[in-house]
Design a protein around this ligand. Structure first.
Ligand code: DGJ
Length: 739
């Protein structure tokens, strides 16, 4: 029996159940008073169970059962826990008492004692709206006045859960939290495969997939600001066998936090996978006052029973519906001047670029780094950061003039800032050395010649907010902000904070306070989250941004792979992709790849070959005609660049009546190309379709016949052939329903 609508969100005690328990061959009657707390989403059930001892366990996370009465039987089919390991299934493992596995939380109480045991106290389940439920469970230590509340927010249709915790106490003095995870999951499978990512500047989102062995694998970052530079908090775990695009059980997960994180993946001696995720406790022991509440960020996850593709589509829907600023809205195409000019520009050069913006046909001109600072002009990356006044030599009439000039050209104007940072060679540094994160008495150590401002300090928060507020209140027509962040935190020390162990956490909280203030005043201005490439891409930050910059590496061949991996976690509408001069591919290839997201350009338009210019102008118009499908549609990965000669990615609108298929040659070996047809996915079985090649380079002809009408049956069982090969290495196909 499927759970009824009424019981879907609410749990029931299974009172005084007479069960027969088989122990050592004898049958004993056991009376138990278990409370089952189910967290349901469309396909899955996460079952929490209060044991007779009041311990809260995670009994199950997987596909829903047809009869919800059977959840109570789940714990009986697993090996009974021996005493020393009886906490393995704990929904939030404490430390210092009976649990000897990796804990989710550790604490030193006010009296110096390190023991914590958490028992169920109460719970409630509420329906926030038709699609979202919130389950709250309060746990308490039986000896100390110390509570942890667990929160499970279920987004039913998207099959996504956000889980976080809050910690509070009423002890006589402060307690010290040694670990403070957001969530503690227990997964059960016969084996587990982890897909994790690593990277560096221009090499973001490099995947590695391997079987998890017994013991603990830690994914973490200690970089502070650009936390994701070497390792993002994004990962997936396949259960039983490696999931493919369309088959297998796979969990996608990430921490919504724009700073140090830590994920422990422990395969224990009973072959469970325990996932403990939260803010990193590295150098961050947290002193919590009586009555104060420590709230963790959300750990978000989605479990797919039909492969990685479905998990990613669920995350895309969730991100557009609930996280991204204006996720269901539109975006601006743009021309950026970073690689076209670097720091070398002036008003007349920019005026010409505004005309080029119009000529190209995009919506907005984005002025990048180098427009500010006077005492120490920002003519390279050694000086000026922090002094956010227009450079009088380069821009004698200021930003306002350029904004007006843009308007006169019929385009919008956007601007780059890096407000969290300072060059030692700046007036800001001279005036406020105490606003800078650095160790007193030690030599400063720079990352890109700069230091990080101490955002734990409210005065610094005001300053950073003031940069954005100043620009936008002086220039209300300013239409876009690129927010950069190019340095990690070295020499972590704040001259504002009393407790230095709080710095990494208070930094991120300070950043969020600023972003909240910006969004409270400027709710809809598009903002790009950039961090010297993709050094900072996470859903904690993305709730304040419309898009992110995946990498400074815009070589389209590299981008096919990188965007492929990013796209598992983030929808195309959030991926800012620019056509640049990186790579050896022709402009058509570069543009096609950039179209698989939010299209922009960063090339010198005036130096384009006339045919290339015509192509780009036409491509902007073509993009305008299909961008809604790419931004709001469902993404299907058809053939994989890691295993096939051709990478093929398909975006299909929700009505299943129009789609775009991007196909690229990713192998240069002799004869490589689309030798076999590529099968489509997701089409409406009752519909017929026509295929037409779009975004052709001037003077070239399509290899596809737009006159042929296909059934969806044919396209999904046999497929189509984009005829990708050397000399035709990038092919974009539009598919349209034939009525
Ligand atoms: C790093 C960014 O990733 C680039 O796009 C550019 O904005 C530079 N910073 C500017 O300094």
């Amino acid at each position: 029996m499927m759970p009824s609508a009424i019981t879907r969100f609410f749990s029931r005690p299974i009172s005084m159940l007479l069960t027969l328990f088989l122990v050592g061959g004898a049958v004993f009657p056991v009376y138990s008073q278990k409370i089952i707390i189910p967290v349901y989403s469309k396909s899955n059930a996460l079952i929490l169970q209060v044991e007779d001892s009041k311990d809260l366990n995670m009994a199950y996370f997987g596909e829903k059962l047809s009869d919800e009465n059977e959840y109570k039987n789940i714990s009986r089919v697993y090996r009974p826990a021996e005493d020393y390991s009886s906490m393995l299934a704990s929904a939030y493992t404490a430390s210092g008492t009976r649990n000897l596995a990796e804990p989710a939380i550790s604490v030193t109480h006010a009296d110096g004692n390190n023991g914590l045991h958490l028992l169920y106290e109460s719970h409630k389940q509420e329906k926030i709206d038709e699609n979202v439920s919130l389950t709250t469970i309060v746990l308490k230590d039986p000896v100390y006045p110390f509570w942890v509340t667990l929160y499970y927010k279920a987004y039913v249709n998207e099959d996504v859960i956000e889980q976080w915790s809050s910690i509070r106490h009423k002890e006589k003095k402060s307690v010290t939290l040694g670990k403070f995870a957001s969530a503690n999951l227990l997964m059960r499978g016969s084996a587990y495969w982890l897909r994790q990512y690593h990277g560096d500047w221009a090499r973001e989102m490099q995947p590695e997939e391997s079987r998890l062995t017994h013991g603990i694998k830690v994914l973490d970052s200690k970089l502070g600001t650009r936390a994701n530079l070497f390792q993002p908090p994004l990962f997936m775990v396949s259960l039983d066998k490696p999931a493919t695009e369309d088959e297998g059980k796979v969990l996608f997960a990430s921490l919504s936090w724009t700073g140090n994180f830590r994920v422990d993946l422990e395969v224990d001696h009973q072959d469970n996978l325990r996932i403990i995720a939260g803010v990193s406790n590295f150098a961050s022991a947290y002193s919590l006052k009586p009555g104060e509440e420590f709230s963790t960020p959300a750990f978000l996850y989605t479990l797919s029973n039909s492969g990685k593709g479905l998990a990613s589509r669920n995350l895309h829907d969730w991100a557009r519906n609930y996280k991204l600023v204006d996720g269901k809205g539109t975006r601006l195409t743009l021309l950026n001047n970073w690689e076209a000019t670097y720091f070398d520009f002036n008003e007349s050069k920019l005026s010409a670029l505004l005309k080029d913006t119009k000529k190209l046909g995009v919506d907005l001109f984005l002025l990048d780094d180098g427009w500010f600072a006077n005492k120490y002009p920002r003519n390279d990356d050694h000086a000026g950061l922090g002094d956010w006044q227009e450079n009088k030599q380069k821009l004698p009439n200021g930003i306002s003039y350029l904004v007006k000039e843009a308007d006169a050209n019929g385009v919008k104007f956007g601007i780059w800032i890096e407000p969290e940072m300072v060059n030692p060679k700046s007036e800001l540094y001279e005036k406020h050395p105490d606003w800078v994160i650095r160790q007193p008495g030690r030599d400063e150590h720079y990352f890109r010649n700069q230091l990080v401002l101490d955002l734990s300090n409210p005065k610094v928060q005001d300053f950073v907010f003031g940069i954005v507020d100043g620009l936008l209140s002086k220039n209300p027509e300013l239409a876009y902000i690129k927010w950069d962040c190019n340095a990690v935190i070295y020499n972590a020390h704040s001259s504002y904070l009393q407790n230095q162990s709080h710095l990494y956490i208070e930094y991120v909280r300070g950043l969020y306070k600023v972003l909240q203030r910006i969004r409270a005043k400027y709710a809809s201005i598009p903002m790009m989250l950039c961090s010297g490439g993709g050094g900072r891409v996470d859903y904690g930050a993305l709730q304040y941004f419309t898009e992110y910059w995946p990498s400074d590496n815009t070589d389209p061949l590299e981008r096919i792979f990188m965007q492929w991996e990013y796209s598992y976690f983030f929808p195309a509408i959030a991926s800012a992709n620019h056509v640049t001069d990186w790579g050896k591919q022709p402009v058509k290839f570069r543009t096609d790849v950039a179209m698989m997201g939010k299209l922009g350009f960063d090339i010198v338009i005036s130096k384009l070959d006339p045919k290339d210019l015509t192509f780009c102008q036409q491509a902007v118009k073509t993009y305008d005609s299909v961008k809604d499908i790419i931004w709001q549609g469902d993404q299907y990965r058809l053939t994989n660049p890691l295993t096939d000669d051709v990478a093929s990615v398909f975006y299909l609108d929700k009505a299943k009546s129009a789609g775009v298929i991007f196909n690229y040659l990713v192998n240069n070996r002799y004869g490589a190309g689309s030798a076999v047809p590529i099968r489509l996915k997701g089409l409406d079985p009752s519909k017929k379709y026509r295929l037409e090649e779009i975004n052709l380079y001037p003077g070239t002809r399509s290899a596809l016949n737009p006159g042929t009408i296909y059934t969806s049956d044919f396209l999904m069982k046999i497929g189509f052939n984009p005829a990708v090969k050397s000399g035709r290495n990038s092919v974009v196909v539009k598919i349209t329903e034939v009525r």
